[in-house]
Design a protein around this ligand. Structure first.
Ligand SMILES: O=P(O)(O)OC[C@@H](O)[C@@H](O)c1c[nH]c2ccccc12
Length: 256
């Protein structure tokens, strides 16, 4: 499944690169105002922080919400207290696009995450050219030399990488590249199984000073509290927000 998602993302990025050259996208990335300070926005604090995700659908859950106006949804997330907004830009199974990222970037002044299956430098330049501050790099989608190369590129463009892991080996690889923001995804993207305890199992191995993000499977304030007590600085929430009134759900989740 993960291989299909990556293959689709590469095919789509390759088609975009045929229409808009690498040199052109690099120029557009360089022309953007500088990326926002993600480490400040997500820094460990006495309260849990939330990255709120714009997510229309997923391969495991099918259609979730139409989201005709992603900019409006993102603005509601920020009013509700989100510290950053994640935008799924994968089009085939998640229903997202770079246009969604652009629209959200224009609507909010908090950091914006490009959430996609990023394996090519071109996709990193696209992220910056569309205004992203934070870029998802999935350890499971990259070998170590690719992870190092893309992590360096993200940082050289002034952005921050959220390095996603789902086992101890991937966590060690994230630490080895010097990731400053490390995520643990409760959903195994190979099997789609959920494990809310995985974050707690791995969190003890994340170095002090790293921002720890618990990703996926938050459906209630109790789930936020569970991740928080296991050491999460930040939780990343999609489905629960796009399927409810986001401002009141965020208020509940931030009250833990
Ligand atoms: O909708 P949820 O269960 O709240 O999950 C959000 C987010 O963690 C999830 O969308 C996600 C985490 N890692 C990913 C990698 C690719 C695509 C999607 C994801």
């Amino acid at each position: 499944m993960l291989t299909d998602l990556i293959a689709g993302a590469v095919a789509d990025a390759t088609a975009r690169r045929a229409a808009r050259s690498q040199a052109d996208i690099e120029r557009a990335a360089a022309a953007r105002p500088p990326a926002l300070d993600v480490l400040a926005a997500l820094a460990a604090s006495s309260r849990v922080k939330i990255i709120a995700e714009v997510k229309r659908a997923s391969p495991s859950r099918g259609p979730l919400a139409d989201i005709p106006d992603p900019a409006d949804l993102a603005a509601r997330y920020v009013r509700g207290g989100a510290s950053a907004v994640s935008v799924l830009t994968e089009g085939r199974r998640f229903g997202g696009s770079l246009a969604d990222l652009e629209a959200v970037r224009a609507a909010v002044d908090v950091p914006v995450l490009r959430k996609d299956f990023i394996v090519l430098p071109y996709q990193v330049f696209e992220a910056r050219a569309s205004g992203a501050d934070l870029v998802l790099l999935m350890a499971s989608a990259l070998d170590q030399s690719e992870l190092v190369e893309l992590h360096d590129l993200v940082e050289s463009l002034g952005m921050t990488a959220l390095v996603e892991t789902h086992d101890a080996t991937e966590l060690q690889r994230a630490i080895d590249v010097g990731a400053k923001v490390i995520g643990v995804n409760a959903r195994n993207l190979a099997t789609f199984e959920l494990d809310r305890d995985l974050f707690g199992t791995l969190a003890g191995g994340i170095p002090q000073g790293t921002i720890k993000v618990a990703e996926s499977a938050v459906s209630s304030a109790a789930d936020v509290a569970h991740y928080r007590s296991a050491g999460a600085d930040v939780v990343l929430v999609g489905e629960a927000l796009v399927t409810s009134d986001p401002e009141s759900t965020l208020a509940e989740f931030l009250a833990v």
